[in-house]
Design a protein around this ligand. Structure first.
Ligand SMILES: Nc1ncnc2c1ncn2[C@@H]1O[C@H](COP(=O)(O)OP(=O)(O)OP(=O)(O)O)[C@@H](O)[C@H]1O
Ligand SMILES: [Mg+2]
Length: 308
């Protein structure tokens, strides 16, 4: 599909048609206020994340191409796509770190573009790259984050204690993070993302570079937290088995576009595939991607992007 939806309309989630044919697009009327628009399959009262027509350009490159998403409260939602598909760019926009070129983002009904402060209170984030301070202890990293989020002094110690317990790091609380393994750092980042008790947790490729045991442990923590507190989880990954194991629903993103959204069963049915891997390859193709621009050009684009 190419071209813009007619004026006054926003596109809804892209679907593969019953015959397994080309992507078709459902059209929904647009609301007056960006955060009042309701997705067809997610009632407004139940939506934790609502994204409409979200787009981001870096120079001539369209990294995220008018995507629509609806995530219910308490849902574990996977954003599955190959390298360069636009996952991190989308998560950066959802978490107010990058301004969209176009589109609306509502987090628990708060407009992430017009009311970033209100939106920020709704979520915690675990980034693709390590962001804890390795020259501080695990406890100090947590405390610093707590101060930034205005956690009351009286509650600080108790909250940090129980989260470090959740990620099995209590006995390392007072050790410098520079002495931690990659898996311990990731677990600390998950605990930190939960410190202000957010109702939504974003995780951008949280298990990259981790061994199988640590990956399993991390998903166990995330699932425990989802069961216990009903936290909505939105994670990106390019591991098919991880999306299959951990998520209630999956959106497949490729070249900046969402090519399908659904449960594992729905994605398999739509593509008439026996496995999620086969469904994914049928949706995204099997060729290894060439970067659309050369290394030098890409770097230049990135620098230009940072200036914007
Ligand atoms: N700041 C930037 N300036 C210019 N181009 C960018 C910038 N950030 C990302 N891009 C480009 O946008 C596209 C999407 O990148 P993004 O990082 O969102 O992909 P991704 O799905 O997270 O990939 P990965 O799985 O490798 O982390 C890529 O072509 C990338 O080179
Ligand atoms: Mg990424």
């Amino acid at each position: 599909m190419s071209g813009l939806p007619p004026p006054g309309y926003l596109s809804s989630t892209d679907l593969i048609d019953e015959s397994g044919g080309p992507v078709i697009r459902r059209i929904l009327p647009a609301g007056k206020d960006g955060c009042q628009v309701t997705a067809e399959d997610v009632p407004a009262s139940a939506a934790a994340i609502e994204v409409r027509g979200l787009m981001r350009r870096f120079g001539n490159l369209v990294a995220v191409d008018r995507i629509d998403l609806g995530v219910r409260h308490g849902e574990v939602f996977a954003f599955l796509g190959p390298n360069g598909a636009g996952k991190s760019t989308t998560i950066k926009m959802l978490t107010t770190l990058l301004r969209p070129t176009e589109g609306t983002i509502c987090l628990n009904g708060r407009d992430a573009v017009r009311d970033p402060t209100g939106a920020r209170r709704q979520f915690g984030i675990v980034f693709q790259d390590t962001t804890v301070d390795t020259e501080l202890t695990a406890y100090e990293n947590m405390e610093l984050h707590g101060v930034l989020y205005g956690i009351p002094r009286a509650e600080m110690q108790g909250r940090i204690g129980s989260l470090l317990e959740l990620v099995r790091l209590s006995d390392r609380a007072n050790d410098y993070v520079k002495t931690f393994s990659g898996g311990m750092v990731r677990r600390l980042e998950v605990a930190r993302g939960l410190l202000h008790d957010p109702s939504i947790l974003f995780l951008d490729e949280p298990t990259i570079g981790l061994d199988a045991q640590t990956r399993a442990l991390l998903w166990q923590h995330v699932n425990e937290m989802n069961d216990r507190s009903g936290t909505t989880v939105f994670f990106s990954t390019h591991y098919i088995e991880e999306a299959e194991m951990a998520a209630d629903r999956i959106a497949v993103i490729d070249h900046g576009r969402i090519v399908a959204t659904g449960t594992v069963q729905e994605l398999k049915e739509r593509t008439r595939a026996a496995t999620l891997e086969a469904a994914y390859l049928s949706l995204t193709g099997t060729e290894v991607r060439e970067e659309r621009v050369t290394g030098g050009e890409q770097l230049r684009e990135r620098i230009r992007g940072q200036r914007r």
